[in-house]
Design a protein around this ligand. Structure first.
Ligand SMILES: Nc1ncnc2c1ncn2[C@@H]1O[C@H](COP(=O)(O)OP(=O)(O)OP(=O)(O)O)[C@@H](O)[C@H]1O
Ligand SMILES: [Mg+2]
Length: 240
């Protein structure tokens, strides 16, 4: 069974169709790359799948359950968590407290939440920064905190919206390694990213959005040779 399935999902902002009849699913354990030009509808798709927006038409299912109208704060309990394109750490709080905010989803008791958050800090390589104020850290660390807080909610599916944007090559490499490590825990992942090296490196399958439409989906090596993708997004054929 698909972990996430969108059926005929459309999202209108007034006259603007940000998503047009999207049919897309992601299978258990898969890493799906989602690419497309600015304004293609990638973040809107994430917003609809996580209850930040209710799509205008169509339905979204999580493990067979219709979640189209489930509000954002419930989606996390069901097992979906996302990161934000603009980093959203609690900048006045420590790294540990930030991750505890995620852990509270499963561990309402403070000491259990702290224990769980500490494990996640070890896992994500943030342990030595646990008492630092999140807002004082580099963008790369703040993005890492966001990833840590996301997995602290113990999700089955995570949606990553440009978690590597703005990172230098070394930081990007570290972020890729962390995402692969998270995937090895058994999570299903949808990743939005503009850096093609990253998408090609981690995706099992890629879906391409353009002007709200899903124009093509398939294995990475097929996608980068697809004429529609080259026209709409890549500009020229991608070579690793
Ligand atoms: N809340 C909103 N109200 C009105 N229009 C919106 C809203 N959110 C998104 N849009 C519009 O919907 C379209 C899709 O935007 P979206 O943010 O989903 O694109 P994207 O693929 O994530 O782009 P980018 O790569 O730049 O992040 C754009 O035209 C955008 O301006
Ligand atoms: Mg976006």
């Amino acid at each position: 069974m698909a972990v996430l399935e969108a059926k005929d999902v459309s999202m209108y902002f007034g006259e603007l169709a940000a998503l047009k009849e999207i049919n897309l699913s992601v299978e258990q354990g898969e890493i799906l790359g989602l690419i497309g030009p600015n304004g293609a509808g990638k973040t809107t798709f994430f917003n609809c799948a996580t209850g930040f927006l209710t799509c205008t038409r169509g339905d979204i299912f999580f493990k067979g359950q219709n979640i189209t109208r489930v509000p954002g704060h419930r989606v996390c309990h069901i097992g979906i968590c996302r990161t934000f394109q603009i980093v959203q750490s609690f900048s006045e709080m420590t790294v540990l407290e930030n991750v505890m905010m995620g852990a509270f989803c499963r561990h309402p008791n403070t000491s259990n939440s702290m224990h769980s958050a500490q494990d996640i800090l070890d896992f994500t390589g943030l342990a030595d920064k646990r008492d630092q104020i999140a807002g004082s850290l580099t963008l790369a660390d703040q993005k890492r905190i966001e990833l840590a807080r996301t997995i602290a909610t113990e999700p089955d599916l995570i949606l990553l919206d440009e978690v590597m944007a703005g990172l230098n090559p070394a930081e990007t490499e570290e972020a890729i390694e962390l995402i692969k490590k998270i995937h090895q825990k058994g999570l299903t992942i949808i990743v939005v990213e503009h850096v093609m090296e990253v998408i090609m490196n981690i995706s099992h399958r890629i879906a391409v959005f353009d002007s709200g439409e899903l124009i093509v989906e398939g294995p990475p090596e097929k996608i980068v040779r697809d004429e529609r993708v080259i026209q709409a997004y890549l500009g020229e054929e991608y070579h690793a």
